[in-house]
Design a protein around this ligand. Structure first.
Ligand code: C2E
Ligand code: CA
Ligand code: CA
Ligand code: CA
Length: 279
């Protein structure tokens, strides 16, 4: 027993050591990547469930480093938040998205682009100002930008009036807010009252078990009805099959996003998808 205990302490500290090492390598390489503009943005369509038309695309950051290879957003974003580099990633993604939306707009294509912003990014008192300035310098109409915030964020934002003020300022300019990962956080009806949310995005966790259990079906149906009763647009993420799409349509869901339509792709590929007749 003593030996086993000793072992686990050693392996724990080894694991911790490795994690710290990996983190500091990622941090170092990320600084370099930001400087060299090695980050990229891919776009995933958000489609009207009735018309099949692409209404918007979600901007998702991608990074492949020469030395450490692909670092997924699920690993990258938490480390970036801890080290403060999330603000640099955020500025990059905001600028890329605004440039792209403006470019499409000039080509006669008004496609909204959804940007993910974390809690920490909104703690920056200049967040709204930075976004509005970027809209101006890139000549991007504000109504082409959507911001996805998570439920967790919403809960924290409630306590911070400066965050709410910034959100209202952006909303006033025409930016739409999406409540991301809906259903996974501590859903509070209070922040639906306080925050300028227009779209509810049902988390993919629910969609992936949609066909497996009747209980999940009732839950999702309830979420859709809740959104409708609040006059919100309801979007489902992680839709991978026709059956999932069909059931969501029956419930009255407005829009879907997921591999059924397309994986996240380059802006050129989005252009091609739009020219193709959608399923
Ligand atoms: P999210 O905002 O919930 O984004 C959805 C994730 O699900 C994306 O993963 C997307 O590629 C993936 N996905 C889309 N459709 C399907 C599907 O049909 N099936 C399955 N299994 N997965 C699907 P990704 O790109 O790896 O991003 C992971 C998370 O990282 C995002 O979750 C978001 O929270 C965060 N993230 C990504 N880009 C950014 C960014 O620029 N800024 C910030 N702050 N966070 C970001
Ligand atoms: Ca998102
Ligand atoms: Ca999500
Ligand atoms: Ca997610």
């Amino acid at each position: 027993v003593r030996e086993a205990g000793g072992d686990s302490i050693v392996s724990l500290s080894n694991a911790t050591h490795k994690a710290i090492n990996r983190k500091s390598i990622i941090e170092k390489r990320l600084l370099f990547a930001l400087d060299q503009q090695h980050l990229k943005v891919l776009y995933q369509p958000q489609v009207n469930i009735h018309s099949g038309k692409i209404d918007a695309v979600e901007a998702l950051v991608r990074w492949e480093d020469d030395e450490i290879g692909v670092v997924s957003p699920d690993e990258l974003i938490p480390i970036a938040e801890e080290t403060g580099l999330i603000n640099n990633i955020g500025s990059f993604v905001i600028e890329e998205a605004c440039k792209q939306a403006a470019k499409w707009h000039n080509e006669g294509l008004d496609l909204k682009i959804s940007i993910n912003l974390s809690v920490r990014e909104f703690r920056d008192k200049n967040m709204a100002k930075t976004i509005l300035e970027t809209l101006e310098t890139t000549r991007c109409p504000a109504n082409l930008i959507q911001i996805e915030i998570t439920e967790k964020f919403a809960l924290e934002a409630e306590a911070e009036t400066s965050i709410i003020k910034q959100m209202l300022k952006l909303e006033n300019e025409g930016i739409v807010f999406i409540l991301d990962d809906f259903g996974t956080g501590y859903a509070s009806f209070r922040y639906m009252q306080l925050l300028p949310i227009k779209i509810l995005k049902i988390d993919q966790m629910f969609i992936s078990s949609l066909l497996k259990s009747e209980k999940t079906q009732r839950l999702i149906n309830g979420m859709v009805q809740f959104g409708k009763s609040m006059n919100l647009t309801v979007l489902a993420e992680g839709v991978e099959t026709k059956q999932q799409q069909q059931i969501l349509k029956e419930y009255g869901c407005d829009a879907i996003q997921g591999y059924l339509i397309s994986k996240p792709v380059t802006h050129d590929a989005i252009r091609k998808l739009i020219k193709l007749p959608m399923k």
